[in-house]
Ligand binder design. Structure first.
Ligand SMILES: [Zn+2]
Length: 344
């Protein structure tokens, strides 16, 4: 039977929506999209429909394990009386799975020795197949006494990359601590869509070698942004070459002794080396000439316009040149002021 009453009330034009509760779940979900995760969790406790709306996958696109200590997630099962971190991470994962999360961004800073399983569960749950960016911190700072621990963490790191390689094929941006070995490099090269890569150094004795950089850049054919934090011991005199047809932004700001002798980067428009230090000095290789020769599209060096690369032609004063503090050639090191002297 046709519900005439309903039709008339719908078209009367004067009827007010009786309450917030009348909104369809889809509309509630849109409104929940304006809240932060903790607020959504609180809202989910109000009633069954709000709880239902809180399970909208797109409300949960960022799995950020760094927030676990700050926020409480009421929907996570209270399985343990212990409030240790490992349990909190497990609860957070259970919470994301319960909310049918559609995770696009994953961030964590945790000890893989104790928390690998939790991450592996999340990644292999099918909730990360649209993951586009990952930000991983998984190793402690350098400590010889924890050598074995680091060895184990490294194995877990590799397992994690393998898992991501099969479950997260859309990954575009990776920020991670990295250990420069053939094995680590091969796992990383499995991600074919990488556009942004930020590698910080793991406290290990394996330094980045010339062929590591060459293999990485040759393998990541879509890479546009590359930030590398490589700490090379001063007694190792390696010479590095950067070649890529896709790279637009290169940042070596936190690197030490990354002695670059060649760049063939036709699309590079931004080169940043703000805190870069090189103890290899008084060489006949000038970083600015290297940039000038191989980077015809270069527009910025350390936020300074480089319309006319080739240091003396930059249109900068000598003081400004010194402020760049990044070159290792005789010209820029050998006129009375040592670059080390002007380090802050
Ligand atoms: Zn120079």
């Amino acid at each position: 039977m046709y519900d005439y009453d309903n039709v008339s009330s719908r078209f009367s034009g004067f009827r007010r929506p009786s309450s917030f509760q009348d909104l369809p779940v889809e509309c509630l979900a849109v409104i929940f999209g304006c809240l932060n995760e903790q607020e959504i969790c609180s809202a989910a406790l109000v009633c069954r429909r709000w709880h239902e709306a809180s399970k909208t996958p797109n409300l949960w696109q960022h799995a950020d394990f760094r927030l676990v200590n700050k926020h409480k997630y009421p929907s996570a099962p209270k399985r343990s009386p212990h409030f240790d971190l490992t349990q909190k991470y497990k609860d957070y994962t259970a919470h994301l799975l319960a909310k049918h999360a559609n995770i696009r961004h994953l961030s964590f800073d945790l000890d893989l020795n104790s928390d690998y399983e939790t991450l592996a569960e999340l990644i292999s749950s099918g909730r990360c197949h649209k993951l586009t960016s990952v930000d991983m911190k998984w190793a402690d700072s350098w400590d010889y006494r924890r050598w074995n621990k680091l060895e184990d963490q490294l194995l877990f790191f590799h397992s994690l990359l393998v898992l991501m390689g099969s479950y997260c094929t859309k990954l575009q941006a990776v920020r991670t601590q990295f250990n420069w070995t053939t094995e680590s490099l091969n796992y990383l090269l499995a991600f074919k869509n990488l556009e942004e890569l930020e590698l910080s150094s793991v406290p290990r004795v394996h330094p980045v070698q010339r062929w590591h950089i060459e293999t990485l850049l040759a393998g990541c054919v879509a890479l546009k942004k590359f930030k590398i934090d490589a700490r090379i011991l001063p007694d190792l005199v390696y010479k590095y070459s950067f070649k890529s047809d896709s790279l637009e932004l290169l940042d070596i700001s936190m690197s030490v002794n990354l002695f670059i002798v060649e760049m063939v980067l036709p699309r590079l428009h931004t080169f940043t080396a703000k805190h870069f230090t090189c103890y290899q000095k008084y060489t006949d290789i000038c970083l600015f000439e290297v940039l000038d020769r191989g980077c015809p599209a270069l527009q910025y060096i350390n936020d300074v316009s480089a319309e006319n690369p080739g240091l003396q032609n930059f249109g900068m004063s000598r003081e400004q040149e010194w402020d760049l503090r990044i070159c290792y050639c005789t010209n820029h090191c050998g006129s009375g002021r040592n670059i080390q002297d002007v380090q802050p």
